[in-house]
Write a protein that binds this ligand. Structure first.
Ligand code: ADP
Ligand code: MG
Length: 338
């Protein structure tokens, strides 16, 4: 039996990267979530070759101080939580301090960043090693360029799907995040060609129009409800406007796009028999809740979360949707039948 020894930091970062960074869309998700946590109001994402050749995310957020850049790329280093109490009330999208370390372990990264009124910095990392750093005359905000993703982990490359599918996954994550942040203007481009742009004017219906098209936005109605723990609001399609998959249902919990079967079912229950079999509505559901009721520390990508009072929330969602159907949709269709 060979001797036991500690793995190098580079190797542990590469292993950890396997959990957080599955594919190009994971890089996009992590970088954009960082931009949102940094308070950005404008975020540009540009990718080439389904994100494998290059991904650029640029924001106008707080920026990172010059002497903190190395820490930002160190695993388990974060500005977002301080102690074990904070872990139970996470209000930011990130908190694990893993993304930048993981991304830089499996690609070539350049960061250009500046905080307000400070001299900016440009630093480069490759395969987990720092390559260089110099001053830069950047404006406040952060621009991160990720090149040749998985260049040093060929097994991961083989596991990826077709360029078309990987591209769709990038588009999907930006769609959901723009729906969750109507106050933020997103621009997504593929090899320089803009494929999505949201105004960021705070209007959810406008954002739905940007993401899914004006026709769909016009076929949607607002709904909202609250109880002592939860506040929910969003847009829902009329029962006549459906899709053949559940992919047009987006659930955002305190701004975090989550996948949750129970809550999906609660939405469908709200429509009840008004939906034909295998027809799914288009819904954007924003849930606001005290972070104390949510455990986001369940899965590295944080798309699955554990929710206290999930049953109560489900009931609230079902009744909000069925009430809105009665109040708005049926009344307007009664009108149009006159
Ligand atoms: P986490 O988001 O979990 O803290 P990351 O590895 O994603 O971990 O980022 C590490 C740290 O780098 C963050 O805590 C934050 O302080 C800083 N950071 C990363 N991206 C940005 C950005 N776009 N703007 C400002 N600060 C950033
Ligand atoms: Mg992060």
């Amino acid at each position: 039996m060979p001797k036991i020894h500690e793995l190098s930091e580079n190797l542990t970062n590469q292993i950890a990267a396997g959990e957080v960074i599955e594919r190009p869309a994971s890089v996009v998700k992590e970088l954009v979530e960082n931009s949102l946590d940094a308070g950005a109001t404008r975020i540009r994402v540009d990718f080439i070759d389904a994100g494998l050749k290059q991904i650029v995310v640029q924001d106008n957020g707080t920026g990172i101080a010059r002497d903190q850049v190395d820490l930002a790329f160190t695993r388990h280093a974060t500005s977002k939580i301080n102690n074990e109490h904070d872990l139970f009330k996470v209000a930011t999208l990130g908190f694990r301090g893993e993304a930048l370390a993981s991304i830089s372990a499996v690609s070539h990264v350049e960061i250009i960043t500046a905080t307000e009124g400070a001299i900016g910095v440009r630093a480069t990392f490759s395969g987990g090693n720092k390559k260089g750093q110099e001053d830069s005359a950047a404006r406040q905000g952060t621009k991160i360029t990720v090149k040749d993703l998985f260049f040093n982990t060929p097994a991961r490359l083989k596991y990826l799907r077709s360029p078309r599918t990987e591209t769709m996954k990038i588009v999907d994550i930006i769609n959901r995040l723009s729906l969750g942040y109507p106050h933020v203007s997103f621009t997504l481009s593929n090899t320089g060609k803009v494929i999505l742009r949201t105004t960021g004017n705070g209007n959810l219906k406008q954002t739905v129009a940007n993401v899914y098209g004006r026709h769909i936005a016009e076929g949607m109605e607002e709904f909202q409800a609250k109880d002592s723990d939860f506040k929910i609001n969003g847009l829902m399609s009329k029962p006549s406007l459906t899709r053949s998959t559940r992919n047009f249902i987006s659930i955002l919990l305190n701004g975090r796009y989550i996948k949750n079967f129970q809550l999906n079912t609660a939405i469908m229950d709200g429509y009840g028999s008004k939906l034909a079999a295998r027809h799914y509505p288009i819904v954007v559901l924003a849930i606001h809740v005290d972070p104390l009721l949510v455990d986001v520390n369940v899965h590295p990508t944080k798309q699955e979360v554990r929710l206290s009072k999930e049953k109560e929330l489900s009931r609230l969602i079902t009744s909000a949707i069925s009430n809105a159907l009665v109040e708005k949709v049926e009344q307007t269709s009664a009108f149009s039948n006159l």
